[in-house]
Design a protein around this ligand. Structure first.
Ligand SMILES: Nc1ncnc2c1ncn2[C@@H]1O[C@H](COP(=O)(O)OP(=O)(O)OP(=O)(O)O)[C@@H](O)[C@H]1O
Ligand SMILES: [Mg+2]
Length: 214
């Protein structure tokens, strides 16, 4: 399956979720490729900052032709995760067209809810050319037991895409692991951050009953 993690809004957690979703899939035994479609190259920086063997290969592909290249590049992998760029519309559009499912990270803030309009429109445009495309919101950096954390689901319900019931909490483990080029699973495979990511990943995979990508 090809999972695109996209949102033109910057800093919502695209790279964090893409890396850790890829890690979750790879810990589950799947052969995973992470495509860095962001000209900033954050996922590549993450991979370069690690010591020891890579968890999974990370390739940079900040080109508006990902949707045409994906079959070749992704061949031989069970799953491909695409870390999308902020702002750059043509790259985001291409990443959307390459995806089987688009995961849209949003933080529990009204600004994130409002600005999601942009990615929703882009997905709707792209889906004209794409027969089967699933899109879901993933709430990231939720702060436990706050009203805003609950309200975000309701606010997102005005959009035509569902919100995953699994969400990801604001946790230092995400930044700490990233600093060492690691995933949250490497920091603590059964810790709360890894468990949230595993639940999110399982929900994404179960979302579509599509055969695994070959
Ligand atoms: N659940 C979380 N808990 C704590 N920190 C987080 C969480 N998710 C993301 N962050 C932090 O928020 C910052 C932005 O995250 P990230 O780089 O993943 O966003 P992005 O959408 O990829 O940004 P860009 O649009 O620049 O590519 C990073 O410093 C990251 O460590
Ligand atoms: Mg990023």
């Amino acid at each position: 399956m090809i999972i695109g993690v996209l949102n033109q809004k910057g800093g919502v957690g695209k790279t964090t979720l893409a890396i850790n979703i890829a890690s979750s899939l790879s810990h589950g035994g799947a052969k995973v490729l992470l495509i860095d479609a962001d000209p900033q190259g954050s996922a590549l920086d993450w991979a370069a900052s690690r010591e020891g063997d890579p968890l999974f290969p990370v390739v940079g592909l900040p080109r508006a032709t990902i949707h045409r290249e994906i079959d070749g590049i992704g061949s031989g992998y069970d799953h491909v995760v695409i870390d999308g760029p902020p702002r750059v519309t043509d790259l985001a559009r291409s990443a959307i067209m390459a995806s089987d499912i688009v995961v849209i990270p949003v933080q529990p803030s009204p600004y994130d809810v409002w600005s999601a309009q942009e990615v929703v429109e882009l997905i709707e445009e792209a889906s004209v050319f794409k027969e089967k495309l699933f899109s879901v919101f993933a709430v990231n950096r939720k702060i436990a037991k706050t009203a805003i954390g609950r309200d975000v689901n309701e606010a997102l319900s005005k959009y035509p895409f569902p919100t995953l019931s699994a969400s990801v909490t604001q946790r230092v483990a995400f930044a700490e692991s990233a600093a060492a080029g690691q995933s949250v699973h490497e920091l603590d495979a059964t810790g709360p951050a890894a468990r949230e990511i595993d639940a999110l990943t399982a929900e994404i995979i179960n979302y579509t009953e599509m055969p695994t990508y070959e």
